[in-house]
Design a binder for this molecule. Structure first.
Ligand code: SF4
Ligand code: SF4
Length: 453
């Protein structure tokens, strides 16, 4: 069953969505992307979805938005293009189904932009299609239901989430041997986590709190979460929903008014909360949003602690959103080199790091998404099941490339800084029976920090 059938998508809704997004979102950067492709196909090599099928090549996926753009804005598209093709006013429902398939086969990882001779960000054009799909009601129900829990604030009434939240506060209290500082205004560091992180890696959160306490930092934690993984709307193409959530997050950040907002997650939340939130709300942050590796590398270089190294080959996987989209490459490497003299780079690293194929593309490992839905009481219908199953092949195919890279350098431990990368690379390591392990860098680092007294 197709998305359009189950959700009774009609062409009027689809056409309206296309007009709203293509006319409403066009800006000078997108205009450049639309106009400058030389069709060289260099972008294909970088995309984690191409090993699954060539139809998922960046230039091919973005072509749908180009066709819609040309019909409205290019001279060729308004004339000959309308007759010979390559320029389209609207999409048939069948074409829209292809569009939906394409948008969930893009993580917006930015890898294609770095190999494109014209520096075209196909992910940005594919994101327009995601916004169209959302407005036309063509989002997989499972993700829409989870996003709605966040946007409506209902996540605060969800037992599963609140139990996990309250439990993490108790565990931190136990670990540091005193009350957890909560919602303390004017603290130097706001230790920000979402529900997703406390469910993905509670031990990492506890270890970060212990490090902050050990280093005698002035920090605070949130008494209540600000969302499931705010702003989920940005991942499912719901810009308006994302704005509601970003307003909630921003007002809390303003209320606490820290110097640093510290994140353990280097997935899409990093560039979203550091850049997109302030650009969208047109506000100037009075604080700096930092990944935990950035603060720890700074304190390490300032001599606040030393690191007791391990004697084994370790490597760093650059999460796309922390690295390419967020610009954080150096800080984790300062820590990695201190952690092991045998630190080795993966064959693809830095700006060319090969994406793990999750995040915005299918969002998570299918079985884990299904388990979460089950625990939340969200029904997975036949269509959602089919959708989740369709996200498995890219995980397997991209995972093979990642695991081969890990095996090639014989890394015992792959460290990274994004919960989704840990989940997906962990899946691949198991699937291909590699004898490596993937962890958050904090997992290894926390026990090897020695504070100078
Ligand atoms: S690499 Fe750039 S110019 Fe070449 S096909 Fe891809 S988007 Fe077009
Ligand atoms: S942004 Fe990443 S996933 Fe999306 S088309 Fe480009 S390389 Fe592929």
């Amino acid at each position: 069953m197709a998305v359009s059938e189950s959700k009774q998508v009609n062409l009027d809704a689809l056409n309206k969505a296309i007009d709203e997004v293509i006319y409403g979102e066009l800006n000078s950067t997108l205009l450049y992307y639309f106009q400058s492709c030389v069709n060289c196909k260099a972008c294909e090599a970088a995309c984690p979805f191409v090993p699954t099928s060539l139809k998922y090549s960046p230039v091919n996926k973005a072509e749908i938005s180009r066709q819609l753009y040309r019909y409205r804005f290019s001279v060729w598209g308004k004339t000959i293009g309308r007759v010979i093709g390559g320029s389209k006013k609207y999409l048939s429902l069948e074409e829209a189904e292809t569009m939906v398939d394409y948008v969930w086969h893009c993580t917006n990882c930015g890898a294609c932009m770095f190999v494109c001779p014209m520096a075209i960000d196909s992910g940005a054009m594919i994101d327009l299609l995601k916004q169209i799909a959302f407005k036309a009601g063509m989002v997989p129900k499972i993700y829409e239901d989870i996003a709605n829990l966040e946007i409506s604030g209902e996540y605060l009434n969800t037992k599963l989430f609140m139990d996990a939240w309250n439990s993490i506060i108790s565990k931190i209290k136990e670990a540091i041997g005193k009350d957890v500082p909560l919602d303390k205004k004017g603290s130097e560091i706001l230790f920000y986590v979402s529900i997703y992180e406390i469910m993905a890696y509670p031990e990492v959160i506890i270890k970060v709190a212990k490090i902050l306490d050990m280093l005698n930092k002035d920090w605070t934690f949130m008494s209540k979460p600000l969302g499931i993984r705010p702003p989920i709307g940005l991942v499912i193409g719901d810009k308006e929903g994302a704005i509601e959530v970003m307003n909630r997050v921003y007002s809390y950040f303003r209320e606490i008014s820290p110097k640093y907002v510290l994140l353990t997650a280097g997935g899409f939340e990093y560039p979203s909360l550091k850049y997109t939130m302030h650009e969208t709300l047109q506000v100037q942050p009075t604080y700096e949003v930092v990944h935990v590796t950035e603060l720890l590398a700074k304190w390490y270089e300032e001599g606040e602690f030393t690191i007791n190294p391990v004697d084994e080959i370790i490597t760093w996987h650059d999460p796309c959103q922390l690295g390419r989209r967020g610009g954080v490459f150096e800080a984790p490497r300062i820590l990695m080199k201190a952690l092991s003299k045998k630190f080795k780079e993966l064959p693809s690293h830095g700006v060319n790091s090969f994406c793990c194929s999750r995040g915005g593309g299918g969002c998570g490992v299918p079985t884990m998404v299904e388990n979460m839905a089950k625990e939340l009481g969200i029904t997975i219908d036949e269509k959602d099941k089919k959708f989740l199953d369709s996200t498995l092949d890219p995980l397997i195919n991209a995972g093979k490339i990642k695991v081969n890279e890990i095996n090639k350098i014989k890394a015992k431990q792959v460290l990274t800084g994004c919960p989704v990368c840990i989940e997906s690379i962990g899946f691949s390591i198991d699937y291909y029976h590699s004898n490596s392990q993937v962890k958050h860098i904090i997992d290894l680092l926390a026990d090897r920090i020695q504070v100078k007294r």
